[in-house]
Design a protein around this ligand. Structure first.
Ligand code: TXA
Ligand code: MG
Length: 333
């Protein structure tokens, strides 16, 4: 199949393809999603095939407005409404108990809960208004860094999906924060994202905590997707503290640098990708694009900058840890 590239003005072609049960990648503020109509079982199954995704890893259902969810969950709790008022449309995914079986097992991986998000991108919001709820895992081949441009999606999935709605680069760059609201008395963060625990806690009174496994503790993560190998370029990635780049660079023959501007400007002779001005927001925005860009056979290693593991930095470090398989440059070695 020839994968089409559609601009905003050709939205109706994307709508038509989705209504015919085809797969269409759509832009969001976090990363690109791979869309299929959420109530079309055959279409949803194609999503797993196209990505090569394990079938026990449930999908996020994307909606155009909060009320779309109540068809599946019944009336929303006070906490849910508060969080939606503050953070939707935006990079927050909420998991609710389902009250009926309108969504197929393929969407939920057989769980009695489902994840929902209202993304903040005008083209995708009008797409959702036209076709209804869409499943939307990140539009990458399973295991690879999530796509933040239409080109990344094309690289991974061309020939396997009907089309890509091009909405420009995703400006947040890491996937949404996933929270479990199936018990509204205790909110648990299953995947860190741009919306931090502190930001959530400022809005709700009930306690907000992280799933212990994403803090590096033992056990099975509560979001099935968090247990898989992820975000891995073919070239090995090693994490480096900002002050140790000089030493780390000596250890390899063909180094590529993924770091903020202040660091890479010291090494103009080395291939590099800039993570921006040193803010965690820019580091999140450019992390996946950099991992993809520097994944070239001529590099032995990608040396990637460590950022403080706090606030939105938890999202960055969570993705980087996985990309590096936990490998950190140790000055003593
Ligand atoms: O920013 C995002 O969330 C992007 C954009 C496209 O919206 N989507 C995305 O989807 O990252 P995906 O499928 O790559 O990641 C969904 C994560 C997985 O880790 C999955 O295991 C978890 O959410 N998840 C989905 N439904 C769940 C459920 N009912 N219970 C626990 N975890 C769930
Ligand atoms: Mg993903």
């Amino acid at each position: 199949m020839e994968t089409q590239r559609w601009q905003q003005a050709q939205l109706n072609q994307a709508v038509q393809a989705l209504k015919e049960g085809e797969l269409v990648a759509f832009p969001t503020e976090t990363v690109y999603g791979l869309g299929a109509m959420a109530e079309n079982e055959v279409a949803v199954k194609k999503v797993y095939q196209a990505k090569g995704r394990p079938s026990d890893n449930p999908l996020i259902v994307h909606v155009a407005y909060p009320e779309m969810i109540e068809d599946y969950t019944g009336p929303l709790s006070q906490e849910a409404k508060l969080l939606m008022d503050h953070f939707w449309p935006g990079p927050l995914t909420m998991i609710f108990k389902l009250t009926n079986q309108r969504l197929s097992k393929s969407v939920t991986g057989g769980l009695e809960t489902c994840a929902f998000r209202m993304p903040n991108h005008p083209s995708t919001l009008s797409l959702l208004e036209n076709v209804g709820p869409l499943v939307g895992p990140s539009a990458n081949t399973s295991g690879k860094p999530s796509p933040t441009t239409a080109e990344h999606v094309y690289h991974d999935l061309h020939g396997r999906i009907a089309g890509i709605l091009d909405g420009g680069a995703s400006h947040i760059g890491v996937e949404s924060t996933v929270i479990d609201l199936s018990n509204p008395q205790h909110i648990m963060i299953l995947r860190p994202g741009a919306i931090s625990a502190e930001m959530l806690q400022a809005v709700v009174d009930v306690p907000v905590t992280y799933d212990q496994t994403i803090l590096g503790k033992e056990g099975q993560p509560k979001a099935p997707g968090m247990k898989y190998k992820h975000y891995s370029p073919t070239v090995p990635v090693v994490m480096v503290e900002p002050q140790h780049f000089d030493t780390a660079i000596q250890n390899y023959a063909h180094v590529a640098l993924l770091a903020e501007e202040n660091i890479i400007q010291h090494y103009p002779q080395l291939p590099s990708f800039s993570l921006g001005n040193g803010s965690i927001e820019e580091a999140n925005e450019f992390l996946f694009a950099g991992l993809r860009e520097l994944d070239q056979p001529k590099h032995d290693v990608i040396l990637a900058e460590i950022f403080p593991n706090e606030g939105a930095g938890r999202a960055y470090m969570n993705r980087l840890q996985k990309a590096a398989g936990g490998q950190k440059f140790d000055v003593k070695s």
